[in-house]
Design a protein around this ligand. Structure first.
Ligand SMILES: Cc1ncc(COP(=O)(O)O)c(C=O)c1O
Length: 396
Protein backbone atom coordinates (compact mmCIF):
# COMPACT_ATOMS: atom_id res chain seq x y z
CA UNK A 1 0.00 0.00 0.00
CA UNK A 2 1.27 3.46 -0.86
CA UNK A 3 1.88 5.92 1.97
CA UNK A 4 0.00 9.21 2.14
CA UNK A 5 3.22 10.94 1.15
CA UNK A 6 3.57 8.78 -1.96
CA UNK A 7 -0.09 9.34 -2.87
CA UNK A 8 0.33 13.09 -2.35
CA UNK A 9 3.24 13.19 -4.78
CA UNK A 10 1.59 10.82 -7.24
CA UNK A 11 -2.00 12.00 -7.45
CA UNK A 12 -2.29 15.58 -6.30
CA UNK A 13 -1.13 18.44 -8.52
CA UNK A 14 2.26 19.78 -7.50
CA UNK A 15 3.04 23.47 -7.93
CA UNK A 16 6.65 23.31 -6.80
CA UNK A 17 9.45 20.75 -6.48
CA UNK A 18 9.85 21.40 -2.78
CA UNK A 19 6.56 20.99 -0.90
CA UNK A 20 6.91 20.86 2.89
CA UNK A 21 5.69 17.23 3.01
CA UNK A 22 4.52 17.50 6.58
CA UNK A 23 1.55 15.24 7.23
CA UNK A 24 -0.96 16.61 9.72
CA UNK A 25 -3.58 14.38 11.29
CA UNK A 26 -5.14 16.88 13.67
CA UNK A 27 -5.10 20.57 14.53
CA UNK A 28 -6.17 22.18 17.77
CA UNK A 29 -5.75 25.73 19.04
CA UNK A 30 -2.28 26.98 18.06
CA UNK A 31 -0.97 23.50 17.24
CA UNK A 32 -0.74 21.10 14.31
CA UNK A 33 -0.16 17.43 15.13
CA UNK A 34 1.63 14.88 12.91
CA UNK A 35 1.02 11.09 12.69
CA UNK A 36 3.66 10.46 15.40
CA UNK A 37 1.91 12.79 17.80
CA UNK A 38 4.54 15.51 17.43
CA UNK A 39 3.04 18.98 18.00
CA UNK A 40 3.98 22.03 15.94
CA UNK A 41 3.21 25.56 17.07
CA UNK A 42 1.64 27.22 14.04
CA UNK A 43 3.06 30.69 13.38
CA UNK A 44 1.61 30.76 9.87
CA UNK A 45 -2.08 30.03 10.64
CA UNK A 46 -2.65 28.60 7.17
CA UNK A 47 -1.51 32.01 5.85
CA UNK A 48 -3.46 34.29 8.16
CA UNK A 49 -6.58 32.13 8.13
CA UNK A 50 -6.79 30.61 11.62
CA UNK A 51 -7.06 33.88 13.54
CA UNK A 52 -9.02 32.03 16.23
CA UNK A 53 -6.64 29.07 16.18
CA UNK A 54 -7.62 25.70 14.78
CA UNK A 55 -11.08 24.26 15.41
CA UNK A 56 -12.34 26.93 17.73
CA UNK A 57 -15.25 25.33 19.67
CA UNK A 58 -17.74 28.07 18.74
CA UNK A 59 -16.91 27.72 15.06
CA UNK A 60 -17.20 23.93 15.23
CA UNK A 61 -20.56 24.24 16.99
CA UNK A 62 -21.90 26.65 14.34
CA UNK A 63 -20.74 24.33 11.56
CA UNK A 64 -22.38 21.31 13.21
CA UNK A 65 -25.66 23.19 13.70
CA UNK A 66 -25.74 24.21 10.05
CA UNK A 67 -24.90 20.66 8.90
CA UNK A 68 -28.19 19.54 10.45
CA UNK A 69 -30.16 22.11 8.44
CA UNK A 70 -28.88 22.34 4.88
CA UNK A 71 -25.73 22.44 2.78
CA UNK A 72 -25.67 24.01 -0.68
CA UNK A 73 -29.08 25.04 -2.00
CA UNK A 74 -28.62 27.16 -5.11
CA UNK A 75 -26.31 29.68 -6.77
CA UNK A 76 -25.54 32.80 -4.74
CA UNK A 77 -28.27 35.43 -4.64
CA UNK A 78 -31.42 33.36 -5.22
CA UNK A 79 -32.84 31.85 -2.01
CA UNK A 80 -32.93 33.53 1.36
CA UNK A 81 -30.47 31.64 3.59
CA UNK A 82 -30.26 32.63 7.24
CA UNK A 83 -26.47 32.09 7.63
CA UNK A 84 -25.80 34.49 4.72
CA UNK A 85 -28.16 37.25 5.74
CA UNK A 86 -27.17 37.11 9.41
CA UNK A 87 -23.46 37.18 8.58
CA UNK A 88 -23.97 40.11 6.17
CA UNK A 89 -25.95 41.94 8.85
CA UNK A 90 -23.14 41.43 11.38
CA UNK A 91 -20.54 42.65 8.88
CA UNK A 92 -22.65 45.74 8.25
CA UNK A 93 -22.79 46.35 11.98
CA UNK A 94 -18.98 46.38 12.37
CA UNK A 95 -18.11 48.21 9.13
CA UNK A 96 -18.49 51.91 8.24
CA UNK A 97 -22.09 52.72 7.27
CA UNK A 98 -21.48 52.97 3.52
CA UNK A 99 -20.00 49.44 3.32
CA UNK A 100 -23.46 47.97 3.54
CA UNK A 101 -23.78 45.54 0.65
CA UNK A 102 -21.94 42.21 0.88
CA UNK A 103 -21.27 39.92 -2.07
CA UNK A 104 -20.04 36.59 -0.69
CA UNK A 105 -17.48 34.65 -2.73
CA UNK A 106 -15.58 31.36 -2.45
CA UNK A 107 -12.15 32.86 -2.00
CA UNK A 108 -9.97 35.93 -1.89
CA UNK A 109 -9.15 35.76 -5.58
CA UNK A 110 -12.83 35.66 -6.44
CA UNK A 111 -13.44 38.71 -4.24
CA UNK A 112 -10.70 40.50 -6.22
CA UNK A 113 -12.29 39.46 -9.52
CA UNK A 114 -15.72 40.65 -8.42
CA UNK A 115 -14.39 43.98 -7.17
CA UNK A 116 -12.45 44.72 -10.37
CA UNK A 117 -15.53 43.91 -12.45
CA UNK A 118 -17.72 46.05 -10.22
CA UNK A 119 -15.34 49.02 -10.49
CA UNK A 120 -15.20 48.75 -14.29
CA UNK A 121 -18.96 48.42 -14.54
CA UNK A 122 -19.79 51.25 -12.15
CA UNK A 123 -17.31 53.77 -13.57
CA UNK A 124 -17.55 52.62 -17.18
CA UNK A 125 -13.75 52.90 -17.30
CA UNK A 126 -11.07 50.26 -17.70
CA UNK A 127 -7.82 51.73 -16.35
CA UNK A 128 -6.70 50.04 -13.14
CA UNK A 129 -3.87 51.15 -10.85
CA UNK A 130 -2.11 48.48 -8.78
CA UNK A 131 1.11 48.31 -6.77
CA UNK A 132 4.54 46.77 -7.19
CA UNK A 133 4.95 43.67 -4.99
CA UNK A 134 1.20 43.32 -4.50
CA UNK A 135 -0.71 40.06 -4.25
CA UNK A 136 -4.47 39.76 -4.75
CA UNK A 137 -4.85 36.14 -5.84
CA UNK A 138 -3.89 33.81 -8.65
CA UNK A 139 -6.78 33.84 -11.14
CA UNK A 140 -6.35 35.77 -14.40
CA UNK A 141 -7.81 39.11 -13.22
CA UNK A 142 -6.10 38.91 -9.83
CA UNK A 143 -2.83 37.88 -11.49
CA UNK A 144 -3.11 40.90 -13.79
CA UNK A 145 -2.92 43.22 -10.77
CA UNK A 146 -0.11 41.28 -9.11
CA UNK A 147 3.04 43.36 -8.84
CA UNK A 148 5.61 40.72 -9.71
CA UNK A 149 6.44 39.94 -13.32
CA UNK A 150 8.04 36.59 -12.48
CA UNK A 151 4.67 35.02 -11.67
CA UNK A 152 2.86 36.65 -14.60
CA UNK A 153 5.13 36.27 -17.60
CA UNK A 154 3.99 32.78 -18.61
CA UNK A 155 0.31 33.70 -18.56
CA UNK A 156 0.19 36.74 -20.81
CA UNK A 157 -1.89 38.21 -22.30
CA UNK A 158 -3.51 39.30 -19.04
CA UNK A 159 -5.92 42.20 -18.43
CA UNK A 160 -4.90 45.32 -20.38
CA UNK A 161 -4.79 48.92 -19.13
CA UNK A 162 -3.11 48.36 -15.78
CA UNK A 163 -0.48 50.69 -14.32
CA UNK A 164 1.77 49.71 -11.43
CA UNK A 165 2.92 52.31 -8.96
CA UNK A 166 5.40 52.32 -6.09
CA UNK A 167 4.06 51.77 -2.60
CA UNK A 168 4.38 54.90 -0.50
CA UNK A 169 5.40 57.09 -3.48
CA UNK A 170 3.44 60.37 -3.36
CA UNK A 171 4.68 61.33 -6.86
CA UNK A 172 3.31 58.13 -8.35
CA UNK A 173 -0.22 59.08 -7.27
CA UNK A 174 -0.33 61.19 -10.44
CA UNK A 175 -0.75 57.98 -12.40
CA UNK A 176 -4.31 57.93 -11.04
CA UNK A 177 -6.37 60.10 -13.41
CA UNK A 178 -9.95 60.79 -14.47
CA UNK A 179 -9.62 57.75 -16.73
CA UNK A 180 -8.95 55.40 -13.80
CA UNK A 181 -11.69 52.97 -12.79
CA UNK A 182 -10.05 51.87 -9.57
CA UNK A 183 -6.95 51.61 -7.45
CA UNK A 184 -6.38 48.27 -5.73
CA UNK A 185 -4.10 48.07 -2.69
CA UNK A 186 -3.52 45.76 0.25
CA UNK A 187 -3.98 48.03 3.25
CA UNK A 188 -0.88 46.33 4.67
CA UNK A 189 1.13 44.72 1.90
CA UNK A 190 1.54 41.07 2.91
CA UNK A 191 3.53 39.09 0.36
CA UNK A 192 5.82 42.07 -0.19
CA UNK A 193 7.22 41.19 3.26
CA UNK A 194 4.78 43.19 5.41
CA UNK A 195 4.90 46.81 4.28
CA UNK A 196 2.92 49.22 6.45
CA UNK A 197 2.08 52.52 4.74
CA UNK A 198 2.04 55.85 6.56
CA UNK A 199 -1.24 57.51 7.42
CA UNK A 200 -0.45 60.61 5.36
CA UNK A 201 0.27 58.44 2.32
CA UNK A 202 -3.01 56.55 2.55
CA UNK A 203 -4.87 59.82 3.10
CA UNK A 204 -3.21 61.30 0.00
CA UNK A 205 -4.15 58.19 -1.98
CA UNK A 206 -7.74 58.39 -0.72
CA UNK A 207 -7.87 62.09 -1.66
CA UNK A 208 -6.51 61.43 -5.15
CA UNK A 209 -9.18 58.77 -5.68
CA UNK A 210 -11.94 61.18 -4.62
CA UNK A 211 -10.54 63.90 -6.91
CA UNK A 212 -10.37 61.66 -9.97
CA UNK A 213 -13.46 59.51 -9.37
CA UNK A 214 -11.35 56.33 -9.14
CA UNK A 215 -12.77 53.78 -6.72
CA UNK A 216 -10.45 52.70 -3.92
CA UNK A 217 -10.39 48.94 -3.40
CA UNK A 218 -8.69 47.92 -0.16
CA UNK A 219 -7.64 44.28 0.04
CA UNK A 220 -7.91 43.16 3.67
CA UNK A 221 -7.85 39.49 2.81
CA UNK A 222 -4.73 39.04 4.94
CA UNK A 223 -4.99 42.02 7.25
CA UNK A 224 -8.65 41.71 8.24
CA UNK A 225 -10.43 40.18 11.22
CA UNK A 226 -8.19 41.50 13.97
CA UNK A 227 -4.81 40.51 12.59
CA UNK A 228 -3.33 44.02 12.85
CA UNK A 229 -4.84 44.96 16.21
CA UNK A 230 -7.97 46.53 14.72
CA UNK A 231 -10.85 44.58 13.24
CA UNK A 232 -9.84 45.97 9.81
CA UNK A 233 -6.46 47.53 9.10
CA UNK A 234 -7.89 50.63 7.40
CA UNK A 235 -9.10 51.69 10.88
CA UNK A 236 -5.46 52.50 11.75
CA UNK A 237 -5.32 55.15 9.02
CA UNK A 238 -8.58 57.09 9.31
CA UNK A 239 -9.66 56.27 5.76
CA UNK A 240 -12.30 53.97 4.29
CA UNK A 241 -12.40 52.14 0.95
CA UNK A 242 -15.12 52.21 -1.69
CA UNK A 243 -14.82 48.45 -2.01
CA UNK A 244 -13.43 46.16 0.69
CA UNK A 245 -12.04 42.68 0.01
CA UNK A 246 -12.20 40.01 2.69
CA UNK A 247 -11.40 36.27 2.88
CA UNK A 248 -8.90 34.06 4.78
CA UNK A 249 -9.62 34.74 8.50
CA UNK A 250 -13.24 35.43 7.64
CA UNK A 251 -14.42 31.82 7.82
CA UNK A 252 -12.55 30.56 10.88
CA UNK A 253 -11.04 27.81 8.71
CA UNK A 254 -13.89 27.45 6.21
CA UNK A 255 -13.56 28.81 2.65
CA UNK A 256 -15.27 32.16 2.12
CA UNK A 257 -14.53 35.66 0.85
CA UNK A 258 -16.45 38.82 0.08
CA UNK A 259 -16.35 42.12 -1.72
CA UNK A 260 -18.29 44.79 0.08
CA UNK A 261 -19.43 48.19 -1.18
CA UNK A 262 -22.28 50.66 -0.86
CA UNK A 263 -25.66 49.49 -2.08
CA UNK A 264 -25.66 52.12 -4.78
CA UNK A 265 -22.32 50.88 -6.11
CA UNK A 266 -23.15 47.19 -5.82
CA UNK A 267 -26.43 47.70 -7.71
CA UNK A 268 -24.30 48.14 -10.86
CA UNK A 269 -24.13 44.33 -10.97
CA UNK A 270 -27.92 44.11 -11.38
CA UNK A 271 -28.46 45.41 -14.87
CA UNK A 272 -27.05 45.72 -18.36
CA UNK A 273 -26.24 42.85 -18.15
CA UNK A 274 -28.08 41.34 -15.20
CA UNK A 275 -26.11 38.81 -13.12
CA UNK A 276 -22.94 40.91 -13.17
CA UNK A 277 -21.15 38.30 -11.08
CA UNK A 278 -22.21 34.68 -10.69
CA UNK A 279 -20.90 32.09 -8.23
CA UNK A 280 -22.29 28.67 -7.37
CA UNK A 281 -20.69 28.10 -4.00
CA UNK A 282 -19.94 31.71 -2.93
CA UNK A 283 -21.47 32.34 0.49
CA UNK A 284 -21.89 28.63 1.22
CA UNK A 285 -24.24 28.32 4.21
CA UNK A 286 -21.76 26.30 6.28
CA UNK A 287 -19.00 28.83 5.58
CA UNK A 288 -21.31 31.73 6.43
CA UNK A 289 -22.37 30.06 9.70
CA UNK A 290 -18.67 29.54 10.52
CA UNK A 291 -17.90 33.13 9.50
CA UNK A 292 -20.56 34.61 11.76
CA UNK A 293 -19.38 32.47 14.68
CA UNK A 294 -15.79 33.53 13.99
CA UNK A 295 -16.57 37.23 13.96
CA UNK A 296 -18.69 36.91 17.10
CA UNK A 297 -15.92 34.99 18.89
CA UNK A 298 -13.25 37.54 17.90
CA UNK A 299 -15.43 40.29 19.38
CA UNK A 300 -16.78 38.44 22.43
CA UNK A 301 -13.35 37.17 23.49
CA UNK A 302 -11.95 40.67 23.03
CA UNK A 303 -9.02 39.16 21.15
CA UNK A 304 -8.18 42.34 19.31
CA UNK A 305 -7.20 44.14 22.49
CA UNK A 306 -4.51 41.49 23.13
CA UNK A 307 -2.83 41.81 19.75
CA UNK A 308 -0.59 44.80 20.40
CA UNK A 309 0.80 43.30 23.60
CA UNK A 310 1.57 40.02 21.82
CA UNK A 311 3.11 41.90 18.91
CA UNK A 312 5.41 43.76 21.30
CA UNK A 313 6.31 40.52 23.06
CA UNK A 314 7.45 39.00 19.74
CA UNK A 315 9.37 42.18 18.93
CA UNK A 316 11.11 42.33 22.31
CA UNK A 317 12.03 38.63 22.39
CA UNK A 318 13.25 38.40 18.82
CA UNK A 319 16.51 40.29 19.18
CA UNK A 320 19.55 38.73 17.54
CA UNK A 321 22.57 40.16 15.69
CA UNK A 322 21.48 38.31 12.53
CA UNK A 323 17.97 39.83 12.61
CA UNK A 324 18.11 43.04 10.58
CA UNK A 325 14.62 44.21 11.42
CA UNK A 326 11.26 43.08 12.79
CA UNK A 327 8.59 44.80 10.67
CA UNK A 328 4.88 44.85 10.76
CA UNK A 329 1.79 45.68 12.71
CA UNK A 330 -0.10 43.59 15.25
CA UNK A 331 0.36 39.90 14.55
CA UNK A 332 1.20 40.51 10.89
CA UNK A 333 4.96 40.49 11.40
CA UNK A 334 8.12 39.83 9.46
CA UNK A 335 11.65 38.92 10.56
CA UNK A 336 14.09 40.44 8.09
CA UNK A 337 17.17 38.22 7.60
CA UNK A 338 19.91 38.52 4.96
CA UNK A 339 19.19 35.92 2.29
CA UNK A 340 17.06 32.95 1.29
CA UNK A 341 19.61 30.36 2.48
CA UNK A 342 19.29 31.70 5.99
CA UNK A 343 15.50 31.73 5.73
CA UNK A 344 15.39 28.15 4.47
CA UNK A 345 17.73 26.91 7.22
CA UNK A 346 15.79 28.70 9.94
CA UNK A 347 12.50 27.40 8.61
CA UNK A 348 13.79 23.78 8.61
CA UNK A 349 15.33 24.08 12.08
CA UNK A 350 12.12 25.59 13.42
CA UNK A 351 10.07 22.66 12.11
CA UNK A 352 12.54 20.29 13.83
CA UNK A 353 12.06 22.32 17.00
CA UNK A 354 8.27 22.18 16.70
CA UNK A 355 7.50 25.61 15.23
CA UNK A 356 6.02 26.28 11.79
CA UNK A 357 7.28 29.47 10.18
CA UNK A 358 7.78 30.39 6.55
CA UNK A 359 8.47 33.22 4.11
CA UNK A 360 6.72 35.45 1.56
CA UNK A 361 5.91 35.22 -2.13
CA UNK A 362 7.70 38.43 -3.11
CA UNK A 363 10.26 38.60 -0.31
CA UNK A 364 12.31 35.46 0.30
CA UNK A 365 14.89 36.90 2.67
CA UNK A 366 12.36 37.46 5.46
CA UNK A 367 10.17 35.21 7.59
CA UNK A 368 6.45 35.46 8.26
CA UNK A 369 4.97 35.55 11.76
CA UNK A 370 1.18 35.29 11.60
CA UNK A 371 0.10 33.17 14.56
CA UNK A 372 -3.46 32.67 15.79
CA UNK A 373 -4.53 35.84 17.61
CA UNK A 374 -5.28 33.78 20.72
CA UNK A 375 -1.73 32.42 20.94
CA UNK A 376 -0.64 32.46 24.61
CA UNK A 377 2.30 34.30 26.18
CA UNK A 378 4.01 30.95 26.92
CA UNK A 379 3.56 29.83 23.33
CA UNK A 380 5.11 33.07 22.08
CA UNK A 381 8.10 32.59 24.41
CA UNK A 382 8.53 28.99 23.26
CA UNK A 383 8.32 30.03 19.58
CA UNK A 384 10.84 32.84 19.96
CA UNK A 385 13.32 30.53 21.72
CA UNK A 386 13.11 28.02 18.88
CA UNK A 387 13.46 30.77 16.25
CA UNK A 388 16.49 32.32 17.97
CA UNK A 389 18.22 28.93 18.27
CA UNK A 390 17.49 28.28 14.60
CA UNK A 391 18.97 31.65 13.63
CA UNK A 392 22.04 30.86 15.78
CA UNK A 393 22.60 27.72 13.72
CA UNK A 394 22.88 29.61 10.40
CA UNK A 395 26.41 30.03 9.15
CA UNK A 396 26.02 33.48 7.54
C1 LIG B 1 -3.68 40.08 0.26
C2 LIG B 1 -4.26 38.87 -0.43
N1 LIG B 1 -5.21 39.06 -1.35
C3 LIG B 1 -5.76 38.00 -1.99
C4 LIG B 1 -5.36 36.71 -1.73
C5 LIG B 1 -5.98 35.55 -2.47
O1 LIG B 1 -6.81 34.82 -1.65
P1 LIG B 1 -7.18 33.31 -2.04
O2 LIG B 1 -5.96 32.49 -1.90
O3 LIG B 1 -8.28 32.95 -1.08
O4 LIG B 1 -7.67 33.34 -3.45
C6 LIG B 1 -4.37 36.49 -0.78
C7 LIG B 1 -3.88 35.13 -0.49
O5 LIG B 1 -2.80 34.91 0.00
C8 LIG B 1 -3.79 37.60 -0.11
O6 LIG B 1 -2.82 37.45 0.80
Amino acid sequence: MLSHKQLFLLNTAQTSDFPRLLEIVKAEGSFLIDPNGKKYLDLVSGFAVSNLGHRHPKVIEAIKNQLDKYLHLTVYGEYIQAPQVLFAQKLNEVLPAHLSSVYFTNSGAEATEGALKLAKKYTNKSHIVAFHHSYHGSTHGALSVMGNEYYKQAYRPLLPDISFIKHQSFENLEVITNETACVILETIQGEAGIRVPTEDYLKALRKRCYETGALLILDEIQSGFGRTGKLFAFEHFDITPDILLLAKGMGGGMPIGAFIASKNLMDALKENPILGHITTFGGHPVSCAAGLATLNAILEEDLISTVEYKSNLFKSLLTHPKIKEIRGIGLMLCIQLSNFNQVETVSKKCVEGGVIIDWFLHCDDAMRIAPPLNISKEEIKFACNVILKAIDSTSE
